[in-house]
Design a protein around this ligand. Structure first.
Ligand SMILES: *Cc1c(COP(=O)(O)O)cnc(C)c1O
Length: 228
């Protein structure tokens, strides 16, 4: 099936109130344009340099989401245009994002990434680290970032019960943070969870944003090669 057909098929399974982030990492500009011409405007990338390169080459009405681990020295490449950073996984990174946003006179929407999987070496906060951040004077002084919700990745497994449990954990974190820190902040409303293999479970559990790559664009090659 074509990218357009994949996209249309997936959109039929996603409720209106859930956003579809088409994850185009490693995929050429021509594939992104195919989705763009089918009407899609929200894309996700996980490497800062690749994202900045694609931004230059593609129409400017695309909403670009950053979804991967972001190194602090790469933050500056995406701050001029990024729509939402899903993957804030440390206080240090948030400090850098704010600093660069000040320089470039923008306010950057961010999600706090939580560690919910049973796998080793996944990035993200645990609940205590997140609350430590949110009560800190350092956080309160950051004027050029806005935390609009949470993000998480479930374990890569066939075990649906485990995936459900992990997504439920993220929902619990979201609700607790909402109550404790964002009760009067209507913009704190996003729960980014769900990928090609588990997005239906994520939506059942309350996801507001699903990040889908291979089901739209096909299997990935390992690296991005510029096609123009
Ligand atoms: C690659 C990636 C996705 C999309 O994965 P698929 O299984 O191809 O849908 C979603 N979220 C993050 C953080 C990713 O890195």
């Amino acid at each position: 099936m074509s990218i357009k057909q994949n996209l249309e098929k997936i959109l039929l399974t996603i409720p209106q109130n859930v956003s579809l982030i088409a994850v185009s990492k490693t995929k050429p500009v021509s594939s992104i344009l195919e989705a763009y011409h089918a009407g899609h405007r929200i894309f996700g990338e996980n490497k800062a340099q690749e994202l900045a390169d694609k931004y230059e080459l593609l129409p400017k009405d695309i909403n670009w989401h950053f979804i991967g681990h972001l190194q602090t020295n790469k933050v500056k490449y995406i701050i001029p245009f990024v729509h939402l950073i899903h993957s804030v996984d440390s206080t240090k990174l948030l400090v850098f994002i704010n600093k660069e946003a000040v320089k470039q006179n923008r306010c950057i929407d961010c999600l706090l990434q939580f560690y919910i999987a049973t796998e080793e070496s996944k990035f993200g906060f645990d609940y205590k680290e997140a609350t430590d951040l949110l009560v800190s004077a350092e956080y309160k002084a950051m004027k050029n970032i806005r935390i609009v919700g949470v993000m998480g990745m479930a374990t890569y497994t066939e075990n649906e019960k485990l995936i459900e449990k992990e997504f439920s954990q993220l929902i619990t974190y979201f609700n607790q943070l909402k109550q404790s820190f964002f009760a009067d902040k209507p913009y704190f409303k996003e729960i980014s969870m769900g990928m090609s293999g588990d997005y239906k479970i994520a939506i059942e559990k309350g996801s507001t944003m699903v990040r889908i790559g291979s089901s739209i664009f096909g299997e990935r090659s390992s690296v991005y090669k510029a096609d123009i």
